[in-house]
Design a protein around this ligand. Structure first.
Ligand code: ADP
Ligand code: ADP
Ligand code: MG
Length: 651
């Protein structure tokens, strides 16, 4: 048995906090490592000790093995928990940790190495009798062989990087014509992104469901599974909503998948927590995809339905303890998780950045979240801020609780996917359990954000105006400022909501406030402020409330699940920027990685001008019309904010 008294967490954000919480409960001291971007992050403040490991870019901090090992030495940590992402599935890191005489909380470097390549993992799975997606995973990587194998598999075919992950390194090829080119590009990308150009070919399974099995193995040869999670709702092959159990499985198939995963784990001598991923076709046949040799983002749905703490199990296993059970605890109730991300689903999921003025999540759900009021959300790391997870006796109840919690989640200051998540949970197809990995595209129309109707804007705008009045007269006085004995013209407040003008007229009268918007008058008899909650009483005594946050000319109002972002007019009209004819504006904050034109160049409509990179995505800014490049305001390497003017092209 190995003692573990102090654990260093080689990660950041919500998962670093989540691991530390369990350590604390187990009486284990915690050490955080942080980049300069995270110096005041909640996970750093929560840790017993924290060590700076470098500047913001991950490859200079969270991916630097030596800096992390030095931090462990300096603080006397005995063990390292890698979280997910970053170095968690890096065999070289696991080996370096072991060589330094520390405990790596995860499988051995050897097992990570074996399963890290999708090619090797598929071969192991097949040898263990586990069904794999029909395809080619041979050593002969010549273009001629790949083309011939693709013809055997049939189109569409999926070209995959063996070393890929996080939904990257995959390419769908619909017919033989585009194949040779796709193979060449995939190989190039795989070499640059993953340092390994090995490719696999797989049949592209039509409308699959993603179903995975959680496994645990101890160092005494016991391997068990903890049932399944379904993660079919994805964007860019990355999960957005996950649940346990899966509505697609009957007891026989559930048992068959669990058995297959355990057999695969036994075949490699799996020690630690891991996930065996499958896709299932609409007929229910399932095929192995890959093994993730770490804690998964979506592990909480397994925890809530089995009652086990998976981080505790990981630590017990790392100490050399026996699991102590040879079958999974029964699944209890239903758990659904949503990933809350700093991204805009209505703008092609582009990452967003900003300051969070508040972070409040209702206590009806488990919130694994890495940000607090005041957190600056930047562009250096993954856009996931955290997860909300509901647990209830039935699937319908879990969806309802989670949806309500999302609607009441108060995170002003940043555009997130919160409202889209709420719409997913309310969608009839979701509620009927009719899921596949194309869910978001199939239902894109119904899931898109809608401009709220005038009635809903009115409630938000009235709340905002009253907030202004109440903030100046906190005690709801009889004659608040703005009250005039002889009322004449309305006072006006001019706001912008997106591109729309919201001119609101109001006057304080003896028995309340009258507010006018869009030709309609709202008479409010009483109103007041309770923290940041503005309440008001309308006709017939209807009392309602909204939440309001203000920062300079900007204001956010949460009303009936919608976060309205108002900008006060006078200070909004900044000259320049958006108004430049032919001006190309950065759609997201990021780094300029390519400038493809020079000043004076004549370009066609749609010509690529500048390429921006934020997190793991590249975005090409193109000419909106034909013309001449009149000005270029950025150079390669520049960091730009959203809405920054990049270039001017005029005809
Ligand atoms: P999973 O199957 O658990 O979703 P993925 O293979 O998609 O696993 O990878 C985990 C995801 O988490 C990736 O999108 C990765 O970029 C992201 N990620 C890695 N580290 C962090 C972190 N500290 N905070 C938030 N997201 C992270
Ligand atoms: P990653 O390492 O990026 O997680 P996976 O092999 O686990 O790669 O696949 C991620 C997602 O891509 C799956 O959940 C599924 O949505 C889709 N996918 C992968 N392989 C196939 C396939 N053969 N047919 C259809 N979709 C697939
Ligand atoms: Mg995967």
């Amino acid at each position: 048995m190995r003692a573990i008294d102090k654990v260093l967490i080689a990660n950041r954000g919500e998962i670093a906090l989540r691991v530390m919480r369990t350590c604390r409960q187990m009486g284990i001291a915690t050490v955080a490592v942080y980049s300069d971007a995270d110096a005041d992050a909640p996970f750093v403040r929560f840790a017993d000790e924290a060590v700076r490991i470098g500047p913001p870019p991950a490859r200079e901090s969270y991916l630097v093995t030596n800096a992390i090992l030095d931090a462990a030495r300096q603080t006397g940590a005995h063990a390292i928990h890698p979280g997910y992402g970053f170095l968690s599935e890096n065999a070289g890191f696991a080996e370096a940790v072991a060589d330094a005489g520390l405990v790596f909380i995860g499988p051995s470097a050897e097992v990570i190495g074996k399963l890290g390549s999708k090619q090797a993992a598929k071969r192991i799975a097949r040898a263990a009798g586990v069904p794999t997606v029909p395809g080619y995973d041979g050593d002969d990587q010549s273009a001629a062989t790949l083309v011939a194998e693709a013809a055997k598999i049939g189109f569409p075919v999926l070209v995959k990087a063996s070393a890929g992950g996080g939904g990257r390194g995959m390419r769908i090829v619909r017919d033989a014509g585009g194949l040779a080119d796709a193979i060449e590009r995939a190989r190039g990308e795989a070499a640059t992104a993953f340092g390994d150009d090995t490719l696999l070919l797989e049949r592209y399974v039509d409308r699959p469901r993603h179903i995975e099995i959680q496994i645990l193995g101890d160092s005494h040869g016991n391997v068990v599974h903890l049932w399944e999670r379904e993660c079919s709702i994805q964007r860019r092959h990355q999960k957005v909503v996950e649940e346990a159990p899966s509505p697609a499985l009957d007891p026989e198939r559930r048992a068959a998948m669990g058995k297959a995963a355990v057999e695969l784990g036994r075949a490699v001598g799996y020690v630690g927590a891991g996930t065996v991923e499958f896709i299932a076709d609409q007929q229910g046949a399932f095929y192995f995809l890959e093994v993730n040799t770490r804690l998964q983002v979506e592990h909480p749905v397994t925890e809530l339905t089995t009652g086990l703490d998976l981080v505790r199990e990981q630590i017990r296993i790392a100490r050399g303890e026996r699991l102590g059970y040879d079958a999974a605890p029964p699944q209890r109730g239903w758990a659904i998780e949503v990933r809350l991300c700093a991204e805009d689903p209505d703008r092609d999921y582009l990452p967003t950045a900003g300051t969070l003025h508040a972070v409040e999540i209702p206590p009806t759900v488990r919130a694994d979240i890495g940000v607090v009021a005041g957190s600056e959300v930047g562009i250096h790391y993954d856009s996931m801020l955290g997860k909300l997870i509901a647990h209830a006796p039935t699937r319908g109840e879990a969806a309802q609780v989670l949806r309500r919690a999302l609607d009441e989640t108060w995170m002003p200051g940043l555009v997130t996917n919160r409202e889209q998540l709420s719409r997913i949970l309310a969608h009839p197809a979701f509620l009927a359990g009719e899921l596949d990995t194309h869910f978001l595209e199939t239902h894109a129309g119904e899931l898109a954000g809608r401009t709220p109707g005038l009635d809903r804007v009115r409630v938000a705008a009235v709340g905002l105006a009253l907030h202004g009045i109440a903030s100046r007269a906190p005690d709801d006085a009889l004659a608040p400022p703005g009250w005039r004995n002889v009322p004449f013209a309305d006072q006006t407040l001019a706001f912008k909501l997106g591109d729309a003008d919201v001119p609101l007229g109001y006057r304080v009268v003896a028995d309340g406030v009258e507010l006018r918007l869009g030709g309609k008058t709202t008479k409010v008899t009483r109103h007041g402020l309770d923290g940041d909650r503005l309440w008001f009483v309308e006709h017939l005594g209807h009392r309602r409330s909204v939440r309001v946050a203000r920062a300079g000319a900007k204001a956010w109002v949460l009303s009936e699940g919608t976060l309205f972002h108002f900008v006060e007019e006078p200070r909004f009209a900044e000259p320049g920027a958006r108004t430049v004819a032919g001006g190309l504006i950065a759609p997201m904050p990021g780094k300029v990685v390519k400038v493809l034109v020079t000043t004076g160049e004549v370009v066609v409509q749609g010509a690529a001008l500048v390429v921006l990179e934020a997190m793991k995505m590249e975005h090409t800014v193109r000419a909106t019309g034909a013309g001449t490049v009149r000005a270029l305001h950025v150079a390669v390497g520049d960091q730009v904010d959203a809405d920054r003017l990049l270039a001017v092209v005029t005809g």
